[in-house]
Design a binder for this molecule. Structure first.
Ligand code: HEC
Ligand code: HEC
Ligand code: HEC
Ligand code: HEC
Length: 501
């Protein structure tokens, strides 16, 4: 009896104790929720007024610290995936064939794999492609090259007009452009809604009889990226003497549609130094290729994978560190896919490996075609004999570049990229058969040796680039002109008062 009584008392004590602990934990939980709510409210109170054309990300950041802080993490260069990532990779060193493919064009001087948005302005200052301007009228590049680099672009377009923005040299606008890609590029400062700040995209929609203002919210989550991650060219026929940024979409987005567009207007970016072919440089048709893939067909946007939701201190927000999703599989892919992280990474690498193998093969064929065409000219080939061959070189390299320059394309749309590369291989081989015939007609019936382009330096020497001179010009620019640009920027921004609420 006594034993039974004490067992019952013990049980009651245990129930009582457990209840106390549960109540205590619930209390803690409630307090933490309220605290986080308070934090959330605190973070979302706008503390400054953002002007209509405010290019400074830091000023927007005062109102939106979570988006701002994650955005500035694009300065992180530590992530490497098998083929991509956020570190700067010298692609000409990795693959010296590129130097030969781009002979006569700026990319043969210097081409690194892109890194985060944070570096957009710094990297364009430093690349040898922009040369070593000594004043506003000098250097190889037009002002249009600034268009996808900075929120100072919409600001300046508003001040001086779009055509005026595109006119003159790159160095002519250097003192005006400073803040790296940022809030004003994608957001309306009054409503924070997504917005299109770049006229070329709006104009391309107009010419197709579509109105970009009617795009759905989900489409806008890709179209903000399509302001820059697209194919484009500099059209000299819109405004006299101006390099007007234009998207060649009037016939459609496919590699053939855009090729027809360029062929019809006989446009070329440059004439190849070795083969003399009228070449096209694909820029970065990321959006166009994405459109042909299964994710776009199922309505998945760029932001779904590259800007997934994140939570900090109980506050859900859109991650603004735009990067390789392989560095953030759980927030991006695993929102929709149940597979393991390793499995998903393998899926991406499998697609990339299979495509990149063929892409390298195509590169080699085009290098051979350029070298053989050069030899044919040296043997006295005529324009008539070469015309068709040069078109084949143009079209095969356009296909290679369309596939290579669209970063992420082999995952975004593996079937389409596979198709583009295989048509490129067919065209390159047809061109080389024609070349073999011309060479035979000119009395040469042997194989032509593949050049020694085993390193970037050797390849650059092979195409006749004076790298020492280019490097010296760049050093001069960084030492003399760039500090003046930075000083002008500081003076300008010191005038813009920040109004606190
Ligand atoms: C105003 C032009 C512009 C807009 C808008 C833009 N980008 Fe970019 N993006 C760039 C440029 C330029 C680079 C290369 C920067 C560098 O290498 O210095 C880049 C680089 C990237 C990279 C490579 C980063 C890395 O770590 O390697 C990713 C990923 C990317 N952008 C995704 C996006 C997504 C997704 C969107 C839309 C939500 C977008 N971008 C909108 C211009 C833009
Ligand atoms: C390349 C385009 C791009 C840039 C640059 C950009 N954003 Fe965004 N932002 C987006 C997208 C896409 C969303 C998601 C919008 C949606 O789905 O409604 C978003 C959402 C937001 C939101 C809504 C709340 C949230 O987190 O979902 C805020 C606030 C915001 N961004 C602030 C900023 C700030 C501040 C900057 C500059 C530091 C910035 N954004 C730069 C594309 C951009
Ligand atoms: C918003 C949802 C969503 C997100 C985010 C997403 N996917 Fe998908 N994914 C889909 C849908 C839908 C399909 C089509 C499958 C179907 O309809 O049966 C698909 C298909 C695929 C396929 C098969 C398509 C093919 O190429 O054969 C792979 C692989 C894949 N996703 C990988 C990924 C990876 C890796 C990520 C992250 C980088 C990712 N997905 C992010 C929704 C998503
Ligand atoms: C279904 C998910 C998904 C969608 C949708 C998607 N991407 Fe990607 N993206 C990826 C993956 C996965 C990679 C490969 C990353 C790697 O190899 O590290 C990639 C690579 C990239 C890269 C190169 C990144 C680097 O590290 O250099 C850029 C730039 C890019 N995507 C931009 C875009 C743009 C712009 C859109 C929309 C037009 C888009 N992506 C839509 C998943 C996606």
């Amino acid at each position: 009896m006594v034993q039974e009584k004490s067992a019952k008392a013990l049980r009651n004590w245990i129930i009582f104790g457990a209840t106390v602990i549960v109540v205590f934990l619930l209390g803690m939980f409630a307090s933490s929720v309220t605290q986080r709510r308070a934090e959330a409210q605190f973070t979302y109170k706008p503390s400054v007024q953002i002007n209509d054309w405010e290019p400074r990300n830091e000023v927007w950041g005062k109102n939106f610290p979570l988006e701002f802080t994650s955005y500035y993490e694009t300065s992180d260069t530590s992530f490497k995936s098998k083929y991509n990532g956020s570190s700067m990779i010298d692609m000409l060193e990795v693959d010296p064939r590129l130097v030969v493919l781009w002979a006569g064009y700026g990319f043969a001087k210097d081409y690194s794999q892109g890194r985060g948005h944070f570096y957009a302005v710094t990297d364009v200052w430093n690349t040898l492609r922009t040369g070593g301007p000594t004043g506003p009228e000098s250097g190889p590049m037009p002002a249009t090259c600034w268009t996808c680099k900075s929120p100072d672009v919409p600001r300046l377009m508003n001040e001086i007009g779009v055509a005026e923005f595109y006119s003159g040299k790159w160095a002519g606008k250097g003192e005006e452009i400073h803040n790296p890609i940022g809030c004003l590029d994608c957001h309306n400062p009054k409503t924070m809604e997504l917005t299109i700040s770049r006229p070329a995209l709006v104009e391309a929609f107009d010419r197709q009889g579509e109105n970009i203002d009617e795009a759905s919210h989900q489409e806008m989550r890709s179209l903000v990226c399509a302001q820059c991650h697209v194919e484009y060219y500099f059209n000299k026929n819109v405004v006299e003497g101006v390099n007007y940024l234009t998207l060649p979409w009037d016939n459609g987005y496919s590699v053939e549609d855009m090729e027809k567009y360029y062929d019809d207007i006989e446009f070329s970016d440059w004439t190849h130094t070795l083969s003399k072919a009228p070449m096209l440089k694909a820029q970065h048709p990321g959006y166009e290729i994405y459109l042909t893939g299964i994710h776009a067909e199922r309505g998945v946007s760029c932001a779904d994978c590259h800007m997934p939701y994140n939570t900090v201190g109980g506050q859900k927000f859109t991650e603004h560190k735009m990067q390789s999703p392989l560095n953030n599989i759980d927030n991006s892919c695993q929102v929709c896919h149940r597979e393991h992280t390793d499995e998903l990474i393998k899926n991406v690498y499998d697609r990339q490996d299979k495509i990149i193998g063929n892409r390298d093969k195509l590169e080699e064929l085009i290098v051979r075609a350029h070298v053989e065409a050069k030899f044919a000219w040296e043997l006295g080939a005529t324009n008539d004999q070469m015309a068709d061959i040069l078109q084949d070189i143009r079209h095969s390299q356009w296909r290679w570049d369309y596939a290579a320059a669209s970063h992420g394309g082999s995952f975004h749309s593996p079937v389409e990229i596979g198709r583009v590369i295989s048509t490129g291989i067919t065209i390159a081989q047809e061109g080389r058969i024609k070349l073999a015939r011309v060479l035979a007609d000119l009395g040469h019936n042997e194989a032509i040796a593949y050049p020694d382009i085993s390193s970037k330096a050797k390849a650059q020497e092979f195409i006749g680039l004076d790298m020492a001179k280019l490097n010296k010009e760049k050093e001069g620019f960084i030492k003399n002109l760039l500090p003046e640009w930075i000083k002008k920027k500081e003076e300008r921004e010191a005038q813009w008062e920040i109004k606190y609420n």
